[in-house]
Design a protein around this ligand. Sequence first.
Ligand code: FPP
Length: 248
Amino acid sequence: MNSRREDFLKKYSLSDENFPVHIAVIMDGNGRWAKKRLMNRVKGHEKGADAIRGIVELSREIGLKYLSLYAFSTENWNRPKTEVSALMSLLERFIKNERSNFLENDIRLNAFGELEKLPDKVLKKLNALMDETRSNSTMCLNLCLSYGGRNDILHAVRKIAADVENKVISPDDISEETISANLYTKGFPDPDILIRTSGEMRLSNFMMWQLSYAELFFTNTLWPDFTREEFLDIIRQFQTRDRRFGKV
Ligand code: FPP
């Protein structure tokens, strides 16, 4: 462990033992945050995008390897056009604003989901930054965009069915690993922790396969108000949980 990380762990009362590798977050409550302040929902999303920065910075400091954020679901396309387009503009701005941060701090950006549905100009910028950060390895930030857990599994099933049809594999050879290897998240470890903000207690079609053994944390805090302290507190709680993975 490098000494900087050791210092951070000490400062935040975290242990290197039982340290999570992958944390996934459903960033919920932007709309309610804005409503409470009689503001437009888009203001809530803007504040929500700002809240991401502190959590990414902290994650990197403490040596978290993978952080996955549910930023736009397959269902979110059904929101009013103005809100969808505001979210796309925010994504574009996020890519532009965070570029130097990712390059300076060795952060790799990935995106999971039906990316082809994103507006061309956003997709181009997203792909460019993913390419530019491809060899960064201190931390991976995964944005789930136009992402749905069922859709993820559906894609995987189609790919595996094509492999069977082309005699690349036989049905008997299909294992859990085959399915994992055909999901958008292929090559990434499953999340150890799922956090959902805003008091809702459901998965809302997020990483249905990958979250099988994740420890779940629900907080009433609305995403724009979610702080580094609360994130640390969840990791501390996680470190005290007994994960048995179905064993005794
Ligand atoms: C849920 O809040 C949040 C979303 C649908 C999108 C999350 C987006 C962000 C945090 C900002 C944009 C992100 C990037 C990467 C640019 P909600 O609108 O469902 O809130 P509500 O349930 O209170 O209405």
